[in-house]
Design a protein around this ligand. Structure first.
Ligand SMILES: [Zn+2]
Ligand SMILES: [Zn+2]
Length: 398
């Protein structure tokens, strides 16, 4: 890539770092959970205005879409950040720790927001040279399926967009490095409830009842065979029940039990089959005991699959900015991410930005109340996103 452009971006990224730290710390102190990001949205709107971005109408209660318009309207490259926090009580004792008890940016979405605001700050300098538009998507509710991506898409956020870029902080990747992976990287998520309907009765007269707790216990164990016996062992599948509710008293046989579960897989084909398989096993076990199974699908995210072309642009940009030998291969995980919803429609990729620095405690896992990030990562994240956006815009416009 053009050396002079790279140097300009590096300088602009460095200049913007103090602003990024200020934005990030404000957002960190004021976390809001899924679909309640009202103050966050107001703050983002105000900051985008100060940066000279134009807001695009979005009919949603939270979230924001803003643009930098270049010489031409199209092509358009989108950059997405999530904006929601988690119901976690922060334990870090940082001076800018959460001021809202019970809520914390423990997944680094505050870092993502400040990173793409930093990207906007950089790209603004190049507005008159951009051969198209850069659209910034501030998306609510990544942490809570069905998530905010689908409503954003329904509200037109992807209109005329050629490709979409995303990022996630990664406490396993050392500061100064990034992670990339082509193709399937994160799992599909199918959240569901199973309700076992038995027949309640006296604890001492099981013969007159259908014990929903006994049936549910067998069901939990039997459903693991969907993983071990009904799925190709080459593909990864996990079925987990995080909650079981049923029964009222020691001497009363439970009438019904609710199992709250999630099924994960890296295979799009398995993802389609899983609900049917789960229902079939549940029906069979329940029928064997004279109970009835009811299955409710709560929400789903598709498999996250990164575009090799967009990843190649990330790679070119990062190596032009910071040299070779600093890109690691991202591991596949069974976590889900609704960035995948955008990728169902247009090419897109998410890169991992390294935030790991054990010297400052930045080595705790995502969602931990001790989660800490090395803030220097935001400077390089902004530079990589700006460079990649220019790269893709230029090749789309050519
Ligand atoms: Zn998370
Ligand atoms: Zn996250």
């Amino acid at each position: 890539m053009d050396k002079q452009l790279i140097n300009e971006i590096l300088t602009a990224a460095k200049d913007g770092h103090d602003d990024q730290v200020a934005w990030r710390r404000h957002l960190h102190q004021n976390p809001e959970i899924a679909f309640q990001e009202h103050d966050t949205t107001r703050y983002l709107r105000q900051t985008c205005r100060e940066l000279g971005l134009s807001e695009r109408k979005l009919n949603m209660k939270t979230g924001l879409v803003a643009e930098i318009k270049g010489k031409r309207k199209t092509p358009i490259i989108a950059i997405r950040t999530d904006i929601d926090a988690l119901p976690v009580t922060e334990q870090t004792e940082l001076e800018f720790a959460s001021r809202r008890p019970g809520f914390m940016h423990a997944c680094g979405h505050d870092m993502h927001m400040a990173s793409i605001l930093g990207t906007a700050r950089i790209l603004n300098r190049f507005a008159d040279r951009l051969p198209g538009t850069i659209r910034f998507l501030f998306q609510p509710a990544e942490e809570h399926p069905p998530g905010g991506a689908r409503p954003m898409i329904a509200a037109g956020a992807l209109e005329s967009v050629s490709a979409i870029l995303g990022l996630h902080v990664d406490p396993h990747v050392p500061i100064g490095k990034i992670g990339l992976r082509d193709g399937v990287t994160m799992a599909s998520v199918t959240d569901f409830d199973l309700i076992v309907h038995g027949r309640g009765g006296h604890a001492a007269r099981p013969q007159d009842s259908v014990d929903a707790i006994v049936v549910a216990s067998e069901l939990v164990a039997a459903l693991q065979t969907v993983v071990s016996r009904h799925s190709d062992p080459i593909n990864s599948v996990a079925i987990t029940f995080g909650r079981i509710e049923g029964g009222t008293a020691r001497n009363v046989i439970a009438d019904h039990v609710r199992l709250t579960g999630t099924a994960r897989t890296l295979s799009a084909a398995d993802s389609k089959r899983l609900p049917k398989l789960i229902k079939r096993v549940a029906d069979g076990i329940c029928r064997a005991h004279g109970a009835k199974a009811e299955m409710n699908l709560i929400a789903s995210y598709p498999v996250l699959s990164n575009s090799a072309e967009v990843n190649a642009a990330f790679r070119r940009s990062f190596e032009s900015l910071y040299g070779k030998g600093k890109i690691v291969l991202t591991d596949q995980v069974l976590g889900g991410e609704d960035f995948a919803c955008y990728q169902e429609i247009i090419p897109g990729a998410m890169f991992r930005i390294g935030i790991r620095n054990p010297k400052i405690g930045a080595d705790k896992p995502w969602h931990s109340p001790y989660f800490i990030a090395d803030e220097r990562a935001m400077e390089s994240a902004a530079a990589v996103l700006a460079t990649t956006a220019i790269d893709l815009l230029t090749s789309e416009a050519a």
